[in-house]
Design a protein. Sequence first.
Length: 406
Amino acid sequence: MRVFQRIWRFAVCFAFAFGSVSAEDSSVADDWKRHRREGFFRITQTQVNSGTIQNALLMSQAFLINQAASNSSKLSDPKIGDMKGIGFELGRNGIPGGKYYKSNLLFSYAGFKSNHIQNLQYESAAYEFVSGSPTNANYTSISANDYYYQSNRLDTMRIGYSGDILPFATGANKFLSSLGIRVGADIYGNIAKLNSNSRLTVSGINSLNANTIFEFPRVDPFSHKTIQYTEVYLNAVLGLSYSLEVADGVRIYFSAEYFQSVLDHGFYKDEEQNFITRETVYGVATDPANPTSQPDIRIPITSYAKGTFDTMMKGYRVQMGYDIQLTEIFGINLSAGISEATHTVVDSNVHSRANLSGLGRATILRIAPDPEEVAAMYLTSLSALGPYPSSRDYRTQLGIAFVFKY
């Protein structure tokens, strides 16, 4: 988090300092008329189907290769729906840098909340015990657990600098004079925090030797799960911009941008506090052949995965707007926009907490573990090997801005 905050502070200082220097250096009188400089404050309403939250819920599947030797697996099927939020944008447009160039600055923030996020996880495990009584006890467990996440939050921030190259600025055709080729860069970040205070076991099958127990759906009120997922990108931006004055004091504008990350950083933490029954601690039960006769003893346990990861993002955004100048220096702006991006985790340094229930064909009672047990222990101690998640992020935005021209 400290790295994230330092990047944003540096970017804000750099962007506004650069914009001030550019404005002071321009002394061309015509720029005041040709390149209308303006500052604005925009209030936005955004709806998002978040690829960030989707990746946060799918990140647990990145341990499937690690679990290959342990005869266990965990698959996720998240259902997140759309989230809505209010945000703001603060910026400057049309900072003159000569007859053929103008620049723009932007800082934006939006916060989203949702109380209706689910993640259905399918878990399976197979174990073989060769010690204890009776010997050669085989245990198989298959379950579907539905996590309900409440008090979820997503925060999105972006700070950008872009320049519009105007190849037809001095031409006679007024319809082409404001057509610009846009190049720039921005820093873009998301912080997702998810909280689940209940877990529903939809179905379950536990088999020990010849005894099979079918579990009925039940809610576990003792389960508490939190996920934190942070991603920060430095993006290169390329696009087009266009504006046209259709009447006195009335202007329409349009911009389309393609962006792709060149630097990135991500952090992930998944922590679950739960209680497990005595039979779940494989090999401890006094009579594993008859698990129904064991006392229902609950043991508290905390499992977690934590670490950094590398990610990439690429996509596009389109915005169009309508400017109405009410006075010589003040106006309002109505805007609408969409953006779509793909967020892909490409490498991971996320580690899960080693626990005995992750070992395949293992027994707590065995004194000399076999090579397969050693391999399982080694793989579960490594960082997540994959497969890594990749999700689509889609946003629509409406905004109203107060514009100050100077």
